[in-house]
Design a protein around this ligand. Structure first.
Ligand SMILES: [Zn+2]
Length: 508
């Protein structure tokens, strides 16, 4: 028991009962301790459900139930909003000369559906030397191909679509494309990859990608295999919590994705943002904000921002027009953190997406928060690569925080924020080790306050963002001008801090 945790008990009681309508009251009730309580709950959910909280798993459903429980207990409304998406399930099994289950890719676009077991016939593959090839790139490659067989093709020489279309024209019942087995160009080509065919319904036969090693095994004489691709409609859920304000047609939104990747429990990515919002939910339970405050916990972010995109698409234009702004919190407690704010004014990074007017004000508000705390901060690319994408695509001003993922911390950044230079901001990004051990308590403590600060600011007035007049936050707190970002990212204007959820591999 530490001094701070014993001191927290009476404070928590006051937090539960009073109207936390000033910066000092609200931020005093939001803490790393409070956030960690929710992170522990999400970790326990993952532990009880095979170590993951990924979309379309029981661990995700349990996470949804948990969020709803906290909302209802705290006096917010809770709405579980369904959406659907198409999932692709793939199977690859060698039957002879020796049975082996192999890893196929998942979710390639353009493949057909089907379940075939047949002889495997290598087509113009090159397993030796430099492994350069034009396997399946020309119709002539299939001159002696026996119709009804499975075409075994090697990556390289042309687009995947040419290989698949030529195979189908030659009467192939299915296609396996294995990785090239070389190290030319952008990294090695040995592992699992996605042979995206660059469109939908490019062929009617099942097409899967696999590793170079699997390709070698499948190329042996007497090889037969099973190839299956099955499309399935999945229903998933976003959770929307709302605290009604005096003004109900100027809505302040904040959101975090609730799903993890299949590989792990997703505690920093993105239990941290989800739990930061939950701690603010509890602390604002007795508040009647000026503007309506709406929080979202998004589903299926990790497989393409599907939940947030669906929810925005489900709104009428009038409903979109009521959304004053959107705040996104995706990874706010990275173990080797820096304090990043989406760079709406593009002072470090050129944004590859539209930046709606008003977004700069959100950046400024978050900068002012760190300035109040005398914490150094920096820009994070306004990349659209998280759940704010659907909002900015609809012209809704957006901003957010990011403490870093797979990018490596520089010595300069270590000097500013501590931690370990030469290591990723989050070495467990998208891995099984993204557990309750994979968050920094200091980052959580400061950033949960940053969430609360921005939400309270805009709950009272969004005038600086969309011109709609509000009220002053009670307590006479003067927000200082931002101290300015540290500008530690290299490049013409900065660099790519790469929290990239888009791993489609379209080219050959
Ligand atoms: Zn994330």
């Amino acid at each position: 028991m530490t001094a701070s945790s014993s001191a927290a008990a009476p404070a928590n009681k006051a937090c539960d009962s009073r109207n936390n309508n000033t910066y000092s009251k609200l931020l005093g009730c939001v803490s790393a301790e409070g956030v960690t309580k929710h992170l522990e709950a999400l970790q326990a959910i993952a532990d009880a459900n095979g170590g993951t909280r990924a979309s379309d798993t029981p661990g995700y459903q349990a996470s949804v139930d948990y969020v709803v429980g906290v909302l209802e207990k705290s006096g917010w409304s809770a709405d579980v909003v369904p959406f659907t998406y198409n999932a692709t399930e793939t199977v690859l099994q060698q039957i002879t000369p020796a049975p082996a289950a192999m890893h196929p890719n998942t979710g390639a676009t353009g493949t057909g559906e089907g379940d075939v077991t047949a002889a495997v016939v290598p087509v113009d593959v090159n397993l030796t030397g430099d492994r350069q090839n034009t396997s399946g790139c020309e119709a002539a490659d299939f001159a002696t191909f026996p119709a009804g067989s499975i075409a075994l093709l090697q990556r390289g020489g042309c687009n995947f679509s040419f290989k698949a279309i030529n195979a189908e024209a030659a009467g192939a019942a299915g296609v396996i494309i294995f990785n090239q087995g070389d190290t030319i160009g952008a990294g090695d080509r040995f592992g699992l990859f996605n042979p995206t065919l660059g469109g939908t319904d490019v062929v009617d036969i099942p097409v899967v990608g696999t590793t170079f090693a699997a390709g070698q095994s499948l190329a042996r004489p007497g090889s037969t295999a099973r190839v299956a691709v099955d499309f399935r409609e999945v229903t998933d859920y976003n959770v929307i919590g709302e605290l009604e304000g005096e003004v109900d047609d100027n809505v302040v939104m904040a959101g975090a994705h609730l799903d993890s990747v299949p590989a792990g429990p997703g505690i920093n990515d993105n239990g941290s943002g989800s739990s930061g919002l939950l701690d603010v939910v509890e602390a604002m339970g007795n508040s009647k904000p000026h503007n309506t405050v709406r929080f979202a916990w998004w589903g299926a972010e990790e497989i393409g921002l599907l939940g947030s995109t669906a929810w925005v698409a489900q709104r009428t234009q009038a409903e979109k027009d009521e959304i004053a702004l959107y705040l996104n919190f995706d990874m706010i407690g990275s173990p080797n953190y820096y304090f990043g704010i989406y760079d709406a004014n593009e002072s470090s990074f050129v944004a590859p997406v539209p930046v709606p007017a008003g977004s700069e004000h959100i950046e400024g508000t978050l900068e002012s928060f760190y300035t109040v705390r005398s914490e150094p901060y920096d820009d994070s690319a306004f990349s659209g690569r998280s759940d704010y994408q659907a909002f900015i695509n609809n012209g809704i001003p957006s901003g957010g925080l990011f403490t870093g993922a797979e990018v490596v911390k520089t010595p300069q950044q270590q000097a500013i924020w501590g931690g370990v230079a030469g290591e990723s901001f989050d070495q467990c990004y998208h891995l099984a080790c993204d557990t309750i051990e994979n968050v920094d308590q200091e980052a959580l403590d400061i950033n949960s306050d940053a969430v609360a600060f921005a939400v309270l600011t805009y709950a009272y007035s969004t005038e600086g963002v969309n011109g709609v007049e509000g009220r002053e936050v009670p307590g006479n707190f003067a927000i200082p001008a931002p101290a300015g970002p540290e500008h530690t990212f290299a490049g013409p204007l900065g660099g790519d801090d790469g929290h990239d959820h888009d791993h489609e591999d379209v080219a050959s």
